[in-house]
Design a protein around this ligand. Structure first.
Ligand code: NCD
Ligand code: ZN
Ligand code: ZN
Length: 342
């Protein structure tokens, strides 16, 4: 039996939703993660300090396991002010602000319509040391969905990186070789999260032999050369890449529908799925840096002080889990995962 002990990991990108669903998502994220960056795309979104802090209170009220700490994020809109950034940062609980191009993904309708309008806000973020987290896709209807990440990098992110060299930017849930190259070529202030499902799957898994809606997420799964590039980046030892699951639950009926929602659920087995991906690459020894060290180092936060132990021992994933009054179908539903936490 193979086993590995690593510093407790953190999840630098997760959706916990709200209301009835919170008890289930909080239970899952706090199984083994020490901290998590909580995405603010609620309905309505967490656009100001008060809404982000009251969301934090609702998460803590669900009594997360262990010493779990939620790190909150402000949802940027065209109306966000530099004053709001300073106020949020001063609370000590809000560590980043999220740029959703309006219409790019789930609950992004109130997002930013033109990045140029955000320059005073970015300037304030750079000054107070608040990180900018980016959903990196353009939304133009004539641009092919498989090209939207690359074109965002070329047309939107490149000028922002050049104009704000001291702003720390995380390109979230990267899905292409182009994004890997972009992050590698940028300064040390630019990093990226990579999901477990983009390491384990490519678009064939979603589309060959029938359409599998639980693999449908944004940015969409790409061809296998991109999957390979993501695995190389994650296992390269580069400090610029770290764990962000983008676990994004939607109710079963909303996924298995004529027009299914975007988002895949992985919080039931996050570190286990990453362990499998790293093991598949023959690089399980690189898991700790990616999952537990690079993230806190980039965010300028202390690394977790305790450890977890993973063993290579297969287990069966249930067909579904409860999600509030409903159900969520997780990645690997009804199949096996090769690793588990001891
Ligand atoms: N990744 C997704 O496909 N969906 C996320 C939103 C996001 O992270 O883009 C969600 O909130 O459902
Ligand atoms: Zn996103
Ligand atoms: Zn997300």
């Amino acid at each position: 039996m193979t086993s590995i002990t690593i510093v407790r990991p953190d999840d630098w990108h997760i959706h916990l939703r709200d209301g009835e669903q919170l008890k289930d998502t909080v239970r899952d994220v706090s199984r083994y993660m020490g901290r998590a960056i909580i995405m603010p795309n609620l309905v309505p979104p967490a656009t100001c300090t008060e809404t982000a802090l009251s969301y934090r209170d609702r998460i803590m009220a669900e009594k997360p396991q262990g010493n779990f700490k939620p790190l909150m994020v402000l949802y940027l809109t065209d109306k966000t002010t530099p004053e709001e950034i300073k106020k949020a940062k001063a609370t000590g609980h809000i560590v980043a602000a999220k740029l959703y191009p309006a219409g790019a993904t789930t609950n992004s309708d109130s997002g930013v319509t033109d990045v140029k309008n955000m320059y005073p806000v970015f300037k304030a973020m750079q000054e107070v040391g608040m990180l900018l987290l980016v959903h990196g896709e353009v939304t133009d209807s004539e641009i092919d969905i498989f090209d939207r990440e690359k074109i965002f990098l070329d047309t939107v992110l490149t000028p922002v990186v050049a104009d704000f060299p001291e702003l720390k930017i995380v390109l979230e849930h990267i899905t292409t070789q182009d994004a890997v190259k972009f992050v590698e070529a940028a300064s040390d202030n630019v990093a990226a999260t990579i999901t477990a499902h983009h390491l384990l799957y490519n678009r064939n898994h979603m589309l060959v032999g029938g359409i599998r809606p639980h693999f449908y997420c944004l940015p969409i799964l790409k061809r296998n050369i991109h999957q390979d590039a993501l695995n190389k980046a994650a296992t390269s030892g580069s400090k610029k890449f770290f764990l962000g699951t983008d676990s994004a639950p939607h109710m079963k009926d909303k996924k298995e529908a004529a027009c299914g929602c975007a988002g895949s659920y992985t919080a039931h087995a996050a570190i286990e799925l990453y362990a499998e991906a790293f093991d598949d690459s023959g690089a399980i020894d690189k898991l700790e840096a990616f999952a537990s060290l690079n993230g806190p180092d980039f965010y300028n936060l202390p690394r977790n002080s305790d450890t977890i132990t993973l063993v290579k021992e297969a287990w069966n994933v249930p067909e579904s889990y409860s999600l509030g009054d409903d159900k969520v179908v997780p990645i690997r539903a009804g199949e096996q995962i090769q690793w588990q936490v001891k």
